[in-house]
Design a protein around this ligand. Structure first.
Ligand code: DX5
Ligand code: ZN
Length: 217
């Protein structure tokens, strides 16, 4: 199972975002994680599709857009035009429209993912498995970088990976987001995640390339 490292630019200097994504590519990142927040689904506002369009010409890495927004479906076309490769959407924002929304993302030619918050049973996204390219288990409450990894995420990752294996999707990308460090990444990978989001760990690193290598476990 390929391990992919997805640094979150939330922890970076937005005034030089183009340079940042070039550096991430040179340092061996696999995806660029873009944290889109609307000030409603989560308290902060970060950036939207225009930032994604701004960094697009500076990297060939896939742009992994994590939409922490209400009514995400009203933005899919903008993100497609901006050059997003993945759009991930929250169960908590979509409810019963989650699968329908995943299908919309795919119909626009992007990869799609379903996300659950730490206090949502992971079983809520089991139905999405046949319709999703990625599943994202939040290991902190969304909204802020630099929080501590919630340990209860580990059995949730195990449950999701074993569901995927039992149901014929052993290679499903399972992403984890929040509080990942060089110290805890091994247990997170062992629990079944293979796509690792890391904001503070990557952007506070002395040597970004070495840190990304070490995050691969
Ligand atoms: C939190 C975001 C995360 C965040 C991770 O709402 O979804 O992607 O940037 O930051 P760290 O790795 O610092 O916990
Ligand atoms: Zn995120």
């Amino acid at each position: 199972m390929k391990i992919k490292i997805a640094p979150s630019i939330l922890a970076s200097d937005f005034s030089v975002a183009g340079e940042t994504v070039k550096k991430l590519e040179r340092c061996g990142a696999d995806l660029v994680h873009c944290d889109v927040m609307d000030g409603n689904f989560v308290p902060p506002i970060t950036f939207g599709h225009q930032m994604v369009a701004g960094i697009r010409p500076h990297t060939s890495l896939p742009l992994d857009c994590h939409l922490m927004v209400l009514h995400p479906e009203t933005h899919f076309e903008e993100f497609k035009k901006a050059g997003a490769d993945y759009v991930t959407i929250h169960y908590e924002a979509c409810g019963e429209k989650l699968i329908e929304n995943l299908k919309k993302i795919r119909s626009l030619g992007m990869k799609c993912g379903a996300v659950v918050n730490p206090d949502t049973p992971v079983e809520k996204i089991f139905d999405c498995v046949p319709f999703a390219d990625m599943l994202l288990v939040m290991s902190v409450f969304p909204g802020y970088g630099g929080q501590k990894f919630i340990e209860e995420t580990l059995p949730r990752l195990e449950a999701l990976r074993s569901f995927c294996i039992k149901n014929g999707y052993p290679d499903m990308d399972i992403e984890v987001d929040g509080g990942v460090t060089e110290e805890n990444v091994r247990t997170i990978l062992n629990a079944g995640a293979n796509v690792i989001v890391a904001g503070s760990t990557v952007f506070r690193a002395q040597d970004m390339q070495k840190t990304i290598e070490r995050l691969r476990g």
